[in-house]
Design a protein around this ligand. Structure first.
Ligand code: ARG
Length: 592
């Protein structure tokens, strides 16, 4: 798919190559530095070296030799030291960008980079009978944004919640459930109660050999498929999924599969045999199966001496299964940095076994979360944050903002807005910077109405909507104010025809050039597995919009024609911002 921004780059490149002075593979066009009054730059260093001339001289020669097609989006070219700078034709470029946003609507920015390719995204992946802690929260948010972004790029995405529903600890859990029954709470409180129950029984098991033996037997019964054990286990899995679902709904999270670790149980024997046959693993004197991939990686177990399997074993089987089932180009693991070595071992083993030939296995790592005192969150320290509690707190704080800002709105509407703002703020706090960096839970900053936060961007969006509805007042007399407000995501339509060539103010042009870059931001996010480039685009667009509002009156523009042209800019900005935020999982209320 070619957008105006792509076309301008293609035309600049073609004009360069048509001079016959430079080779195609030494032409790389870059974005000029912020203070340079140009739209695209060609750094001549490499081409000049190949030709044996000085870069500034080559830039001069090229500037003189280039002929620009009068129909091109590129309007000017000039040498500046070693750079050759291109400028766009504002009238034509603006018209092309506004036209494509108008035409494509919610599809604006999408691409076809991934068409014909599948990608599996392994994300969220909490454990049964436990609350989701910050690691799972980050995985859930980053993973869903990646699913959205990759889908927008034409990939077939397969989102899989790799639920921790198998392993040694289930013996203890089953004893506990059998003896004490299921705690009466629901939601995250139920999971907290199960954590406590489990902790209590782990303590008891340590002191009481008979109980320990009982836990071991339950574990064995579960593995052998004993119906009673299976039933208890299934109940624990189901109630965990049920407890987590409301939070997933609030975050807009949707999985294609929740296979969970247990799903791979029937495939484990084959995996272990493959590893032994291929000599990637050996059985040691205790009977355990040990994988040794050479000096670069520490050895690890595929099977314990008692025959039990491990997290690793199930994950390798998952790779074999996923590759066979989905033929993915990539499998992404959205997992915190503490599991980096673990995943390196896993990927190395899968490749050694030939399970992932031609498949990229990628660890999309993310850093830890700090509390507002800069302390890492940890269960031991007692400052751990859990998902539902976090979303509730965000909602509560957002609600008091909305109550102050819009006391005239009905209660249910303020509540809806508070949910969008609170949850949006939490999501954005996870996505607005390189995922590997730590994030801080600082409510002041997260919910700030100015600065790099979701509420600021949502607020700028809502301003667009209010200008648009004011402009259409009278134009659509049959729609009541209330209907217009509550219609979810009603399309932005009904604007008067406009002439974009009237747009010449620097703030107008700067904003339209921002809008032109959404497709590039989405592509970059998909290529680097980093939603931050889309988040950045949203923030920069909101800022460009603020500059436009400051300098260019819309409803009070000097002429009706200019007013119409500016309204189109506002409508296009609202459309593009909504799409950008939607990819991150952030909602855009029409009022704030
Ligand atoms: N359940 C694991 C945990 O809580 C995360 C699983 C990540 N995904 C994977 N395929 N290993 O740490």
């Amino acid at each position: 798919m070619e957008y105006a921004i792509d076309r301008s780059e293609r035309e600049a490149r073609a004009a360069l190559l048509a001079t016959g002075r430079v080779r195609a593979d030494s032409v790389e066009l870059v974005a000029p530095r912020a203070n340079v009054p140009a739209d695209l730059a060609f750094p001549t260093f490499r081409a000049a070296r190949e030709l044996g001339v000085a870069p500034p001289q080559l830039a001069q020669e090229l500037a003189a030799a280039i002929r620009l097609d009068p129909a091109s989006l590129v309007g000017g070219v000039a040498a500046a030291g070693p750079y050759l700078n291109f400028t766009l034709r504002p009238d034509r470029f603006t018209a092309a960008v506004l036209d494509e946003i108008d035409r494509l609507g919610a599809r604006y920015g999408r691409g076809d980079l991934g068409s014909g390719k599948s990608v599996v995204v392994d994300y969220s992946s909490p454990n049964v009978a436990k609350r989701m802690h910050v690691g799972h929260i980050r995985s859930t948010i980053i993973g869903q944004a990646l699913v959205n972004i990759l889908s927008a790029l034409g990939y077939r995405t397969i989102g899989d919640n790799h639920l921790g529903d198998w392993g040694k600890s289930f013996g203890v859990l089953l004893v506990a459930l059998e003896r004490d029954g299921q705690p009466p709470q629901s939601g995250e409180e139920l999971l907290a109660a199960l954590e406590q129950l489990y902790a209590r029984y782990s303590g008891l098991v340590e002191q009481d050999p008979a109980l320990d033996e009982e836990a071991r037997r339950w574990s064995l019964r579960l593995e052998q498929g004993d119906p009673r054990a299976r039933g208890l286990w299934q109940a624990a899995v189901d109630l965990t999924l049920r407890a987590n679902q409301p939070s997933y709904d609030r975050l807009g999270v949707r999985f294609d599969h929740v296979y969970g670790e247990s799903f791979y149980e029937p495939l484990l024997a084959d995996v272990i045999r493959d590893a032994l046959v291929q000599g990637v693993a050996h059985r040691d004197e205790s009977g355990a199966v040990v994988v040794d991939l050479g000096d670069d990686l520490p050895t690890f177990l595929l099977q314990r001496s008692d025959g039990g399997t491990l997290y690793h074993t199930r994950d390798v089987a998952a790779i074999k299964f996923r590759v066979a089932e989905f033929s993915p180009a990539q499998v992404l693991y959205v997992v915190g940095t503490p599991q980096e070595l673990y995943l390196r071992q896993l990927f190395a083993l899968a490749h050694a076994l030939g399970y992932a030939d031609g498949v990229q296995l990628v660890h999309v790592a993310f850093g830890t979360v700090l509390d507002d005192h800069g302390q890492a969150l940890s269960t031991r320290r007692g400052n751990m944050v859990y998902l539902q509690t976090l979303l509730d707190e965000a909602h509560r704080r957002a609600r008091s903002l909305v109550d102050q800002a819009s006391p005239e709105l009905p209660d249910h509407e303020r509540d809806e807005i508070a949910e969008a703002v609170g949850v949006g703020a939490v999501i954005y706090n996870d996505l607005y910077q390189d995922p590997k960096r730590t994030i801080t839970l600082d409510w002041e900053r997260i919910l700030a109405l100015n600065g790099n936060s979701a509420p600021y961007i949502q607020y700028m969006y809502a301003r667009c909507r209010s200008i648009l509805s004011e402009a259409s007042e009278g134009a659509t007399p049959h729609v009541s104010d209330d209907e217009r407000r509550t219609a979810p995501d009603a399309p932005i339509a009904g604007l008067p025809p406009s002439d974009p060539t009237l747009l010449s103010h620097p703030a107008e042009l700067a904003l339209v050039k921002r809008l032109a870059k959404l497709p590039i931001a989405i592509r970059a996010a998909g290529a680097t597995y980093a939603p931050v480039t889309v988040a950045d685009w949203c923030y920069e667009t909101a800022r460009a919009l603020a500059g436009f509002y400051r300098d260019c009156p819309v409803l009070a523009a000097d002429t009706a024609q200019l007013r119409a042209a500016r309204l189109q800019v506002v409508a296009a900005t609202a459309q593009a911002l909504r799409s950008g935020l939607a990819l991150l999982g952030i909602k855009t209320p029409r009022r704030l």
